[in-house]
Design a protein around this ligand. Structure first.
Ligand SMILES: Cc1cc2nc3c(=O)[nH]c(=O)nc-3n(C[C@H](O)[C@H](O)[C@H](O)COP(=O)(O)O)c2cc1C
Length: 198
């Protein structure tokens, strides 16, 4: 079947979801949900290594705090934490002062002063090297990965990678404002998983 020209978008190009963690001025954490996230090869303190590029659109609390602190964490979203992650993506931290009434288990970063989430199987600690202001309501952050923590069971190389990946159970944003599992199950429309929060 022929391909037809569509609107300029990224549907069917799945994006992994991350919760970005930042500290507010009073040292309590804020978390927001993000998917415009990918990787770069960059100069690190010990040579070349992995970096991250993250695009943040409309101004929001996460952006305010990344600008102020120059660092944040990126915590991989899994099926278990999806209701909370969805809530953090829908509720605006600038407008809702008690947004953080729902809290995961928060840990301190091992390298940077950032909050990380114990329930997430992978957490990256990111130092912002450059902010590229693209347009009103669009900024790109180029970062160095300064530290990664991972659930110990995921590091056991005697278990085939695909089994460990299945265990990690990451969630994707595949298009049309829906969530899906890595093995292709529909996990609902944005704004619905949060309805199960008590
Ligand atoms: C599935 C999903 C993905 C999102 N991805 C991004 C993103 O990549 N960039 C962005 O600027 N906002 C993104 N958002 C919106 C933010 O999560 C939202 O603005 C949230 O309020 C941020 O938290 P904060 O207000 O505490 O900063 C996404 C929202 C959802 C539901």
């Amino acid at each position: 079947m022929a391909k037809i020209q569509c609107k300029n978008h990224n549907d069917f190009c799945p994006q992994a979801l991350f919760l970005y963690g930042t500290y507010k001025e009073d040292k309590t954490p804020d978390f927001g949900l993000f998917c415009w996230f990918s990787y770069t090869w960059t100069q690190t303190d010990d040579g070349m290594g992995m970096g991250v590029m993250a695009c943040i659109g409309t101004d929001k609390l996460t952006k305010d705090l990344i600008r102020k602190n120059g660092m944040f964490s990126a915590n991989l979203v899994t099926e278990d934490i999806l209701p909370l992650a969805d809530y953090y993506g829908i509720v605006n931290g600038r407008e809702v002062p008690d947004k953080m009434k729902y809290m995961p288990t928060v840990e301190k970063g091992v390298v940077l002063d950032v909050p990380t989430i114990a329930e997430c199987p992978v957490s990256m600690e990111l130092r912002v090297d450059k902010e590229i202001h693209m347009y009103e309501e669009s900024d790109v952050y180029l970062c160095t990965i300064m530290g990664v923590t991972m659930k110990e069971e995921l590091t056991d190389k005697s278990v085939p990678f695909i089994e460990r990946f299945r265990k990690a159970a990451p969630v994707y944003a595949p298009g049309e404002d829906r969530y899906c599992s890595f093995d292709g199950r529909d996990l609902g429309e944005w704004g619905t998983p949060m309805q199960s929060l008590k």
